[in-house]
Design a protein around this ligand. Structure first.
Ligand code: ZN
Length: 198
C-alpha cells in the first residue's frame, strides 16, 4: 500500500505570530485536542523535540513536547514526576506556566524549528517548577530539570513571543547575526513558511 506524503509547515523567524504573546486556551475542546495531535505529527515530521502553537501558526498557549531521556540523565536519577513526564511523551501541555526557577543556571546549545540550521548556547535556570493542563482536562504541577526543563522553558518562551536567539550573550548573538540576516531574508521570499513532506 502506498501512502501520499503529507505536507507539514512551521513558521520561521520574522513571522509576526512568533513575536507576539499568545492567547490562553479557553477550554480543552475536541478542536484543541485535534490541533495538538496535528502539532505532534508536525513536530515528528521535522524531527523536533518541542513545538509551540505559534510556530504552527496559531497564537494560542499550547505546546507539544517529545523530549528524549538521555542515558546520562537516567543514570543521574529522576524524580517521580520526571519519570511520569518522560513516560507520557509525546505530550501536549495546555496553558503551560513556569512558576519557579532554580538559582542555578546552565548553558546548553539550542536550536529551533523556526530558526533552522542555527544553533547557539543559551543560559537558563537548571530546574523549573511548572503547571499545565493535559488534553484529558486534568492538571499537572511539578518540578523538573535537565533537557525537559530546558525544552519547556524554550517552548513557553514561544508563547511570550521570545525566541532562543533573543536570549543569547552579545558574543553568541554576533556570531549568528549573519545567518539570522540570511534567514530573515529568505523567509521574506516564502512568507516565513518552512515546509517538509513525510
Ligand atoms: Zn523553538
Amino acid at each position: 500500500m502506498l501512502r501520499a506524503k503529507k505536507r507539514y509547515e512551521v513558521r520561521t523567524a520574522g513571522d509576526r505570530v512568533l513575536s507576539v504573546s499568545a492567547s490562553p486556551v479557553g477550554a480543552v475542546t475536541p478542536e484543541i485536542r485535534e490541533m495538538a495531535e496535528k502539532m505532534i505529527s508536525c513536530m515528528a515530521a521535522f524531527d523536533g523535540i518541542g513545538l509551540a502553537a505559534p510556530q504552527y501558526g496559531e497564537s494560542l498557549r499550547l505546546i507539544v513536547i517529545d523530549v528524549p531521556l538521555s542515558e546520562k540523565e537516567a543514570a543521574a536519577g529522576l524524580t517521580e514526576f520526571e519519570e511520569r513526564m518522560y513516560g507520557a511523551m509525546p505530550m501536549a501541555l495546555v496553558n503551560p506556566e513556569v512558576t519557579g526557577f532554580s538559582d542555578a543556571v546552565c548553558e546548553r546549545e539550542e536550536g529551533c524549528l523556526s530558526v533552522p540550521q542555527i544553533w547557539a548556547p543559551v543560559v537558563r535556570p537548571e530546574r523549573i517548577a511548572f503547571r499545565a493542563q493535559l488534553l484529558d482536562g486534568s492538571f499537572i504541577e511539578g518540578e523538573c530539570g535537565g533537557l525537559l526543563a530546558r525544552c519547556i522553558q524554550h517552548e513557553t518562551d514561544h508563547l511570550d513571543g521570545i525566541l532562543f536567539t533573543d536570549r543569547l550573550s552579545p558574543d553568541a548573538a554576533r556570531r549568528i547575526s549573519g545567518q539570522m540576516q540570511q534567514l530573515l531574508e529568505s523567509g521574506r521570499h516564502c512568507n516565513f513558511r518552512r515546509v517538509t513532506r513525510k
